[in-house]
Design a protein around this ligand. Structure first.
Ligand code: AMP
Length: 468
């Protein structure tokens, strides 16, 4: 299957060839022809499946076919014309043709970056991000250019709509990206308000990890006779990501183990997920003192600082990113070899998104959760959600005082089987929890990094989760 066979125009094909895309992914194969034909889509697929191109390529194809003369004057042109007539120009609202709603600023920026890449040969089409945290004057400048495509988080978009800066009467295409996540984050009212402001003739494409429950209900309300596409790809199951649990006795043990694991020779770049913003900062500081190149990323940082940190990560200047769940989606850096759950996520869905930061672009990745003995149940919840068992590992010199088998009971039958790598067990891996007292030993020991424990932090259940 080729991109040409999907019906995309030559400008887009050239951009894809230049970007090194040789063949469409499964979600692209199904979504692109249907979307070019103008159908509404409900797509269940996850980040890493190529979903951004699946909605953006057919949309760019359709937008590039709109006759610019028929599209009328831009707000800027109308204001210039008014000045030429000696009239005082009135502010004209931007009239985008396409709107992409995303749950996070990071994902919005990722979508905009990809759109710029795909539309490089379509000079007339511009995409801009409208995000919370960005200065208003800057956003006004962007809107005054009347971009064809807006990529936005719901909250800030509503602000601009309500102050008359955006008019959706000309909107042709609406995309809800990671709709399940937007609903989890409480954006349902905002989304409905935005959808109500768009013409009922629009094409709607909704992408979500699941199409069940609340998301399914909303999807049915806002689409017309949609084509349903469900993709269960290797990337969704994270078959290329080796997963492990390491049990720890206390915070000092956890910090020593993290320090050791971060010195692994196979580690290129890593993301360490924490439950709180404060811990993200504290750990980043400690790792920098311990000689790592580390930076924190969380929702208390200004957008500019977040962008700079992500740029440094992409350029390889930052080796270890310490992040809250704000970074669980949208970071797409193929050189991230390791993901650490310093704290387990509150929701199993977030575990899947977190570990998906590694194993990008067809590479392998390693996802390690550092788990307090009391958190065994949370590991089980994740295993039930992913339908994969996560092997427990022990490193010589860093053994927990309690054995793994004391921390969790034997696995349920019917799940992971020896030799089955679906749970990410390495071929040589041994399920230590099924063989009490015979933990897998690996690697050599290195000197522990941290001294003492963090007096402000406690493990697991006693943390607050303030940055979702
Ligand atoms: P997404 O699921 O949209 O987050 O995309 C995941 C990654 O795959 C991004 O780095 C894309 O640039 C890349 N990608 C998307 N489609 C293709 C393709 N057909 N061939 C190669 N890489 C792709």
């Amino acid at each position: 299957m080729t991109f040409e066979a999907l019906g995309l125009n030559t400008s887009l094909i050239k951009a894809l060839t230049d970007a090194g895309y040789t063949a469409p992914t499964p979600v692209q194969q199904q979504a692109i022809p249907a979307a070019i034909a103008g159908k509404d889509l409900l797509v269940s697929s996850q980040t890493g499946s190529g979903k951004t191109a699946a909605f953006m390529l057919p949309s760019l194809h359709r937008l590039s076919e709109i006759d610019p003369a028929a599209a009328g004057k831009t707000p800027n042109q109308e204001m210039q014309a008014a000045r030429a007539r000696g009239e005082r120009p009135r502010f004209k609202a931007a009239q985008p043709k396409m709107l992409v709603l995303t749950p996070t600023r990071e994902l919005a920026l990722q979508v905009t970056t990809n759109t710029d890449k795909y539309s490089v040969n379509l000079r007339r089409i511009k995409a801009v991000s409208i995000l919370g945290g960005m200065p208003y004057p800057k956003q006004m400048q962007l809107l005054a250019k009347n971009p064809e495509i807006l990529v936005a988080t719901p909250g800030r978009l509503i602000d601009h709509m309500e102050s008359g800066k955006i008019d959706f009467s000309q909107l042709e295409i609406l995309v809800l990206d990671e709709a399940d996540r937007m609903l989890d984050m409480g954006f349902i009212d905002d989304i409905e308000k935005i959808v109500d402001a768009t013409p009922s003739t629009r094409q709607t494409m909704l992408f979500s990890a699941t199409l069940d429950g609340v998301v399914g209900n909303m999807a049915r309300r806002i689409t017309k006779d949609p084509q349903i596409i469900q993709i269960v790809s290797a990337a969704n199951k994270h078959e290329n990501i080796t997963q492990r649990v390491h049990f720890v006795d206390d915070l000092s043990h956890k910090n020593r183990l993290l320090d050791h694991l971060l010195r692994d020779d196979s580690l290129d770049q890593a993301v360490v997920f924490t439950a709180t913003k404060r811990d993200a900062d504290t750990i980043a500081d400690r790792l920098n003192i311990a000689g790592f190149s580390a930076a924190a990323l969380h929702g208390d940082m200004h957008q500019g600082a977040r962008n700079r940190t992500l740029d440094s990560l992409r350029r390889g200047q930052v080796k270890i990113l310490i992040a809250t769940d704000v970074a669980a989606r949208g970071i797409d850096v193929p050189t991230i070899t390791h993901v650490f759950n310093y704290d387990l996520p509150k929701f199993p869905e977030d575990y899947v998104h977190r570990i998906g930061r590694t194993g990008r672009a067809g590479r392998n990745g390693l996802a390690i959760s550092l788990v307090n003995h009391a958190e065994g149940m949370n590991v089980k919840r994740i295993e039930r959600f992913t339908k994969q068992l996560i092997p427990v590992n022990v490193i010589e010199g860093y053994e927990p005082k309690k054995t793994a088998s004391a921390s969790r009971s034997a696995p349920r039958p019917g799940g992971w089987k020896p030799g089955d790598n679906r749970g990410g067990a390495k071929p040589s891996g041994q399920r230590t929890f099924s063989k009490p007292g015979a933990p897998r030993k690996e690697g050599s020991t290195t000197g522990g990094g941290y001294k003492g424990s963090n007096p402000r932090s406690t493990d697991g259940a006693r943390r607050s989760y303030g940055d979702r």
